[in-house]
Each structure stands twice: as structure tokens, then as C-alpha cells.
Design a protein around this ligand. Structure first.
Ligand code: FES
Ligand code: FES
Length: 160
């Protein structure tokens, strides 16, 4: 076992973990943060996306021991003082989900995308989200939500 100390959603945590444990397993199974979900376990779908020192990563592609000394933010740490994060609010307003399975990862990736580029074009949003898969919405409303969160009028007109 290896001892790790890190910050998760603003709280300092210390645990003994197996060296092979994935960060997503640690978040879900040890910390109970089941808002971060596992869609594929093979770094394809993006459902497990979290912020790692402010940058989006697929947490099924990171070992828990690699998070030693770092800061991880999950979907459960995004709201503050009872207020949804603007990206969360935009996903709600734009009906950017159906089953919701992809939503935590989509939102965390979108937060990072907007940090990198606060005023992305529709194409930049679609490219930025290419590592996150949604089986329900066809992406149309997801793109609209990111545009709303960026403070831009929704321009997307296609159905996919
Ligand atoms: Fe991590 Fe799919 S569960 S990318
Ligand atoms: Fe169901 Fe995206 S809303 S997978």
C-alpha cells in the first residue's frame, strides 16, 4: 500500500491505496464521490473527467498515487455556496443531457475548455469535446450550453 495526501474538492484527504488503484476508483470507492462515473475504463468516453490542478484529465487514465500532492476537482466540487457553476447552469438551461451519464465529464471538460479559451467558436467547442462521448443528445444542446456558459449567443444549427 502507498500513502497519498491530496486535495479533493477543496478538502485535504490522506489514504493508503494500492499502487495499481485508478484515480477514478479512489474517488468513487474510497471517497464515495460517485458523481464521477466510469463509462468505459479505457480512456475513450470521457465520463470520468475531473480537473487535475485545474486541467481536465480522464481519471481512469491516472493512478491514484499520481495524485499525491495535487489538487483534484470533481463535479461534486464545482458548485459553490449553493450556486451551480455557470457551466452546470447552462447544461440545465439548455437541456444538454438526457440520461446524464456523460454529463459530469462533459461539464468538467467544458470548464477546462472555457478556461483555455473563454470565447470558443462552435467548431472549437466541438473539437474541444471530441474526447467526450454522449450516446443520447447528439451534442447539439451540449454545444449550445457551452456557448451559453461562454456568454455567447447559441449559433449551432445542426442536429448532430
Ligand atoms: Fe474514463 Fe471512459 S471511463 S474515459
Ligand atoms: Fe446520456 Fe450523454 S446524456 S450519454
Amino acid at each position: 500500500m502507498a500513502k497519498i495526501s491530496l486535495t479533493v474538492d477543496g478538502a485535504q484527504v490522506t489514504d493508503d491505496v494500492e499502487p495499481r488503484m485508478l484515480l477514478v476508483q479512489y474517488l468513487r470507492e474510497t471517497l464515495g464521490k460517485t458523481g464521477t462515473v466510469i463509462g468505459c475504463d479505457t480512456s475513450n468516453c470521457g465520463a470520468c473527467t475531473v480537473l487535475f490542478d485545474g486541467v481536465s484529465v480522464k481519471s481512469c487514465n491516472v493512478l491514484a498515487v499520481q495524485a499525491e500532492g495535487h489538487e483534484v476537482t470533481t463535479i461534486e466540487g464545482l458548485a459553490s455556496n449553493g450556486e451551480l457553476h455557470p457551466v452546470q447552469q447552462a447544461f440545465h438551461d439548455c437541456h444538454a443531457l438526457q440520461c446524464g451519464f456523460c454529463t459530469p465529464g462533459m461539464i468538467m471538460r467544458s470548464v477546462d475548455l472555457l478556461n483555455e479559451n473563454p470565447h470558443p467558436t462552435e467548431e472549437e467547442i466541438r473539437n474541444g469535446l471530441e474526447g467526450n462521448l454522449c450516446r443520447c443528445t447528439g451534442y447539439h444542446n451540449i454545444v449550445k450550453a457551452v456557448q451559453q456558459a461562454a456568454g455567447a449567443p447559441a449559433t449551432t444549427g445542426g442536429a448532430s
